[in-house]
Design a protein around this ligand. Structure first.
Ligand code: NAP
Length: 380
């Protein structure tokens, strides 16, 4: 069997670790040839000793120097250039894009330009530069396979269906840890409380994004570009059981849904093996044990980030990049206890209100808007 050669960008993160677990569980089908991280050298060292990649990179240059001291003959690159070099690796068949935040954009774009298949977890890539990414992928004949469980669900529901037959995409959201909290209680929630997600175990940024519902907002924008469906035909429903991963409603009123246990290894495996579907030893969904499946409208007064994401998406151009960048800053300030939970949407709104969006921006204009939004958020 010819092994699929895989690069994992962000291998030390939650998605990266799960990707390597899936690869390990699938035996001889895959060969890991490149890994990247920011500065977690201990885990990257362990992964390197286990999977024997050809090349690794650390975005943090000091950490890369330290890792070089631990390996005699290993190719260890550093900085964003190093991460890009791994993303473009000549032999790679598939690049798993699992860096968090805007830092994932350029390496993913470069992997597309190098005609690598993409398994996309880094939703910010499409939020920030969806038009550019999809156009580049189309031009190079690159398929972007979703890793996000909701987008994987939609991708599977849409199979063999024509786009014009789709009435709506319905993204489900667990609602995060604060679904039942009152508006006033939300003002005093701590990072520790926000990091306790009821269903999913994920990196810090996406866990806070889930608590504010910004994660769902970013996913709406991701779905818009990935599936070419108008923003206003993408709906969000709160589904706390996190069993229905998303749904597609067709013009005749039929709805197709994707169900499964909430385990990221499932959508990761599907993206890795696509178009094949292979058995797994993951826990099965026992329908007779599901007590209830509930769906409700999101409360955008308590969770304004979702509304802000829709607004930025409708404006388009550089607005989604500004939304995403100011959110990154707000989340990092909240994690450092410098601002409160409800100040996250306030900060994003202020920055969006000051922004003068550019229509059909170039990559350079997007990157400038990103830098401007970060500086502006810090000035708030
Ligand atoms: N976690 C999930 O279940 C899940 C589900 C769906 C989608 N996603 C999306 O997948 C992406 C990754 O999420 P995650 O939860 O896996 O994040 P995470 O646990 O925080 O991991 C992030 C990864 O990116 C690396 N990284 C951080 N900053 C970097 C930089 N400037 N340059 C290069 N690498 C950098 C980290 O390296 P270090 O470890 O060295 O810092 C780590 O390997 C996000 O876009 C998220 O929205 C996640």
């Amino acid at each position: 069997m010819i092994k699929k050669k895989v690069v994992v960008l962000g291998s030390t993160g939650s998605v990266g670790i799960n990707t390597l677990r899936v690869i390990e569980s699938l035996g001889d089908r895959f060969q890991v040839i490149g890994l990247t991280a920011r500065k977690n050298i201990n885990l990257l060292e362990k992964q390197t000793r286990k999977f024997h990649p050809k090349i690794v990179a650390l975005a943090d240059k000091k950490s890369a120097r330290e890792l070089r001291g631990r390996f005699k003959s290993m190719m260890i690159m550093s900085g964003q250039e190093g991460v890009i070099e791994v993303a473009r690796l000549k032999e790679a068949d598939l690049v798993v894009s699992a860096i968090v935040g805007a830092s994932g954009l350029i390496p993913t774009l470069e992997a597309i330009k190098a005609r690598k298949g993409i398994a996309l977890a880094n939703k910010e890539t499409l939020v920030i530069a969806g038009e550019i990414i999809m156009a580049e992928a189309h031009k190079r004949g690159v398929e972007i396979l979703p890793v996000d469980s909701e987008h994987s669900a939609i991708f599977q529901c849409l199979k063999r269906e024509e786009k014009k037959k789709v009435s709506h995409i319905i993204l489900t959201a667990s609602g995060g840890p604060f679904l039942k909290f009152s508006f006033s209680r939300l003002k005093s929630v701590t990072p520790k409380e926000a990091l306790k997600h009821p269903t999913w175990e994920m990196g810090k940024k996406v866990t806070i994004d889930s608590a504010t519902l910004m994660n769902k907002g970013l996913e709406v924008i991701e779905a818009h570009y990935l599936f070419g469906i108008d923003i206003d035909r993408i709906a969000v429903v709160i589904h706390p059981q996190a069993i229905v991963h998303s749904l597609v409603e067709f013009v005749d009123g039929s709805i197709l849904a994707h169900l499964g246990t909430p385990d990221m290894r499932l959508p990761i495996q599907y993206a890795l093996t696509y178009p094949e579907r292979l058995p797994t030893s993951l826990k099965r969904l026992d329908l007779t044990k599901i007590k209830e499946l509930t769906f409700q409208k999101p409360d955008t007064k308590k969770f304004p980030c979702l509304k802000l994401a829709y607004e930025a998406a409708r404006i388009g151009g550089t607005a989604p990049a500004v939304l995403s960048a100011s959110n990154e800053i707000a989340v990092s300030l909240f994690l450092k206890k410098k601002i409160g939970f409800m100040e996250i949407p306030q900060m994003i709104k202020k920055v969006l209100n000051k922004h003068k969006p550019i229509k059909s921006p170039t990559l350079n204009e997007i990157l400038k808007a990103d830098v401007w939004a970060r500086e502006e958020a810090l000035r708030c």
